[in-house]
Design a protein around this ligand. Sequence first.
Ligand code: FAD
Ligand code: EPU
Length: 313
Amino acid sequence: MPAHEAERRDPAVARLALASLTTLKVGGEAEVWTCDHDGAVRDATRADFRVLGGGSNLLVGDDGVPERVVRLGRAYADTHALDANGDAWLGAAVPLPGLVRRARQLGLSGLEGVLGIPAQLGGAVVMNAGTRFGEIGDALQEVELMIDGRVERVAAADLGLGYRRSALPPRAVVLRARLRLTPSTPERVAQAEEAVDAARRGQPKARSAGCAFKNPPGDAAGRLIDAAGLKGCRVGGAMVAHEHANFVINLGDATAADVVDLLERVRAAVDVPLEIEWRRWGLAGGDPAVPGWDHVAALGPGGGAPSAGRGGA
Ligand code: FAD
Ligand code: EPU
């Protein structure tokens, strides 16, 4: 769609099953606002909201969520700004797999470590997605955020990136990210990707949201869950994968309640405390919604629910 056309468009609003927008394929409905320009994001975030990327690290409750779910549309998903020079601003809805492929074709190094991660660029920044071979933060220079209706640039160094975490300013929506990749050759990039691909080969192909738990310091959650004999452990349609014990998969008809029950059984059976890696919406103890900025303004300076924590969470 030409940019001028996108700029005129109101957000497309539809009531959708979030199960259809997440890789785990569980979760009830919400009003989904798909935005194709910054003005539309501004409008969509005036009321309480949540931000959806690729939905690949998300467990949504069976009743869905009452807040708006804001999604960036195709205008934020173009990879063409990345050229052989390797320094580019890209929209936050760019799918990581396509970006990794384009970088390889252009002979650009820096994204090999995120091979195989089914995220969008914005969600990858929020989770600092990666593997032991590298994470998105390695290539990230700065981001453009929508915060309470304003667009602000923040340097990557100020985003609090760590192992599967970021500390974005409260109420931030990632609109764009600037990556800097290093000129190399397609052959060398493909060669570096081989080790990452090999490390991923044992992971299940079934519906999941990736690893359910973060690795505790000095150990691997998958090893601990496996050692507790939990592979194949099942609640309803949710099961601990046989291929890799840190993947909880949806056998087809899992509900969020099944998944939550299974996660609790796993935690109870493992001696070491395990922290859930997935973002959780519409569930007890899950991520609070982000207050809309009109609401925040009404509360006065510094307003907003203290529990709101990180933007977009
Ligand atoms: P979502 O799941 O949609 O959202 C995650 C969080 O980011 C939410 O809090 C959401 O509100 C927020 N968010 C998303 N987009 C924005 C935005 N534009 N602005 C503000 N907030 C936003 N992860 C790894 O790190 N390493 C792996 O190796 C890996 N392997 C995986 C393999 C499979 C098969 C699957 C299904 C998942 C895997 N994951 C992995 C998990 C997941 O892909 C990552 O956590 C990823 O970063 C999530 O990105 P997303 O765009 O899908 O975000
Ligand atoms: N292991 C077992 N049994 C299992 C699974 C693993 O004993 O069922 C053992 C392995 O033998 C190995 C150790 O646990 O000794 C670690 O396993 P693996 O190499 O598969 O890596 P991981 O730590 O389980 C991490 C990330 C993955 C990422 C891979 C590849 C976390 C929580 N997981 O897995 O990320 O893809 O490395 O680098 O950090 C994600 O975050 O969603 C994710 C999939």
